[in-house]
Design a protein around this ligand. Sequence first.
Ligand SMILES: C[S@@+](CC[C@H](N)C(=O)[O-])C[C@H]1O[C@@H](n2cnc3c(N)ncnc32)[C@H](O)[C@@H]1O
Length: 217
Amino acid sequence: MSMHKFDPKHHARLDDPARRKILNPEEILRKAELRPGLVVCDIGCGTGFFTLAAARMAGEKGLVYGVDSSAEMLELLRKRLAGDGQTAGDGTMAGGGQTAGGERADGGRPDNIQLVLSQELAIPLPDRTADFAFMSNVLHEITQRSSFLQEVHRLVRPGGTVTVVDWVAAPTEAGPPVEDRLPKEQASELLKQAGFRVVKEFEAGPFHYGVTALKPA
Ligand SMILES: C[S@@+](CC[C@H](N)C(=O)[O-])C[C@H]1O[C@@H](n2cnc3c(N)ncnc32)[C@H](O)[C@@H]1O
């Protein structure tokens, strides 16, 4: 089982514009049925590749928690949201734990994002916080997947969903070694074992799959 964690020193890879060609955040979040007004937890958010898209799609009535166990990754996202020290439209530093909701008046970075430093198997947010939990390229990095998904289950409200996006378990021109990947069938099975009901499996670009699962009400 994999112990391999993404090395923050390679963070630029996550925001390489070419990445959008193989992993389009808006298209994937649409397939996962992210709607305006939802409370989103982007777990393992990294530098915010999906967090920013989710914040725009959740809109001013929505809220996005960018959750990561790496303080280094969260700091990169915090700096990105702060926009070189510029302040958000309401005068608060975006990403500094303040929420003003929605898009900045200048059309720039969303300010409905809160950053949350988590531990490997513990996310410091209350039970039933999320309408929409999301993990991109994270689950394959986790060793104690069942315990981790139980924590995600705690976080999702009944009637809410979790979506897992991860690398297909076949050789591709980019991505982690095949032996470190998590096949879609295993991801679906783990979600079921954690108490979710799988409602959708979809292609998330040429190299990734998506699985959406519901927490029954
Ligand atoms: C490959 S990066 C993906 C980042 C982002 N989701 C994306 O697709 O651009 C994996 C991220 O998951 C985070 N991570 C790994 N294990 C985690 C855990 N147990 N809880 C929260 N974050 C975790 C890492 O710190 C890293 O930022």
